[in-house]
Design a protein around this ligand. Sequence first.
Ligand SMILES: Cc1ncc(C[n+]2csc(CCOP(=O)(O)OP(=O)(O)O)c2C)c(N)n1
Ligand SMILES: CC(=O)[C@@H](O)[C@H](O)COP(=O)(O)O
Ligand SMILES: [Mg+2]
Length: 642
Amino acid sequence: MSQTEDSRPATPILDRVTLPSDLKGLTDRELVQLADELRAETISAVSVTGGHLGAGLGVVELTVALHAVFDTPRDKVIWDVGHQCYPHKILTGRRDRIRTLRMEDGLSGFTKRSESPYDPFGAGHSSTSISAALGFAMARELGGDPGDAIAVIGDGAMSAGMAFEALNNAGDLGKRLFVVLNDNEMSIAPPTGALSRYLTRLYAEGPFQDLKAVAKGAVGFLPTPLQEGARRAKEMLKGMTVGGTLFEELGFSYIGPVDGHDLEQLLPLLRTLKARATGPVLIHAVTRKGKGYAPAERAADRGHATAKFDVATGTQAKAKSNAPSYTAVFARALADQAARDDKIVAVTAAMPDGTGLNLFAERFPRRCFDVGIAEQHAVTYAAGLAAGGMKPFCALYSTFLQRGYDQIVHDVAIQRLPVRFAIDRAGLVGADGATHAGAYDVAFLANLPGMVVMAAADEAELARMVATAAAHDAGPIAFRYPRGEGMGVEMPERAEPLKIGKARVIAEGKRVAILSLGTRLGEVMRAREELLGMGIQPTVVDARFAKPLDRDLILRLARSHEALITIEEGAVGGFGSLVAQLLSDEGVFDGGLRFRQMVLPDTFIDHASPESMYRAARMSAPDIKAKVLEVLGVAQIEGKRA
Ligand SMILES: Cc1ncc(C[n+]2csc(CCOP(=O)(O)OP(=O)(O)O)c2C)c(N)n1
Ligand SMILES: CC(=O)[C@@H](O)[C@H](O)COP(=O)(O)O
Ligand SMILES: [Mg+2]
């Protein structure tokens, strides 16, 4: 594809498209060219913004075909996860902002209802699309919004229980509904599990389906210029035999496999289905993640997510790193523990690289389990492992752990099973935005009887918490740590377990005590430096534990200071609330203690840089300083001494 002067690809057909309705005026040949241009535009945009690349490149033709055939936004295309939606955004009136993807005030990296009527359902977490599409289909039947509902779901996302719950329901209801299974034989890592093997077998053993009704009369139905394509589609449909695919057993008409990059097949097939389908249909489209961009196709994750890159070479911009990532520290610390204790095993739900368990798996392949996108199962599987005498570390992102909450309560906590929860991406995560923020884990874990909840203030503390969790057999225990790199602190030679429920005093002071849970400690210390210059000397504590609280220390500080402030990178209901409860129970407020909680605001914070998000959340050093001055009743005048 030729490039324009500012190194953007030349896109003569795409330039004629503002909205999907513009596709209706294009010939099929032009739609094929449009797909090429859309791919080039996607690559060019992501090279500037970074973000999810491979999945979008794999659905370029599907995106064109769906928008060309269906009448969006009246018809609803629901992208599962939403990480593949950049080409869709380009075709649906957002091309002018596509180079703002994932930036503050820019386009979201996922589908988002508030952003466009062409995003009928928001996403970020996987495996929700079929349920949502079924809801739209049933709403239509009941006199709600008209139009078709089309879920596009990947093979990785299809492995989740929720997708099967939806198929089960949809097959029973029998309403007209389209599910496009976008099978690229990839999750973020190569997919695991029997379903993945089954899907591969479906196309390794040849196609089979039972949509004779759809095939019937297809050529006659379609307009003349499309008849060659239609003839081929009909041949394909006729060539298929009735098969007992899993999807058919669940009540779907199964069509496929089809080449998801071949518009000459996709267009007539979708047109035929649009005209004829009466019940739920599953179209099995085989695609390649990263399709059409060699550096992505070559990558082990097929270019799943990328930093900004040079389009010609694929070379990605490298962020300077001063310290190891928390994820890497966790992985190393866990491997150290596992080398000494052969009962230690690890569970990831489709995030081996993201959680660092790929490193653990290299050393202990038999003791590491990737269960697929199945967080609920991961938790209960870990509970079973624990009940069976193992020491499972269930490593999940905070945001995805939300999926497994009932399992945590019912299968782990009530049975007091010693499952160790390693909670990565705790706190604000930046460009992935609100769907991926790890805001709630402390609140939803620390209210469970018997649960120990820790938060690491730095990477050395994280290693100690891994050791603490390994040694803790009395019941469930969780430790959280953020996305990104550590503070660059010295690591202990050998990480020793912490005493459960014991905080550490970082700096002694007077008048005000700041109790910090987690990595905001660095900002607290920066605020303290400034306050020292004003003659205010806060006591600073690294709480380490949200549960159990260090009651003795907290009560002592509460009784020896005028004011107490808690800070945590989490929603209300977590550490600060538990401290408030303790102080209230012990009657400390009756003595006039001034108390403030610093928590994430009661709002979903949109994608932006982490620094900007912290500013928005009022979690940075100036906010902490201001809070101290406010609680002490000191006017904040630059340079004023208290
Ligand atoms: C509940 C949940 N768990 C994990 C993830 C992280 N995640 C995002 S995309 C992805 C892989 C999805 O694979 P697939 O559905 O096949 O789409 P592909 O990227 O291959 O197009 C994973 C594991 C998520 N978004 N949601
Ligand atoms: C789409 C999705 O859920 C993941 O790809 C996520 O964006 C990964 O986040 P990290 O970059 O923090 O691993
Ligand atoms: Mg996939």
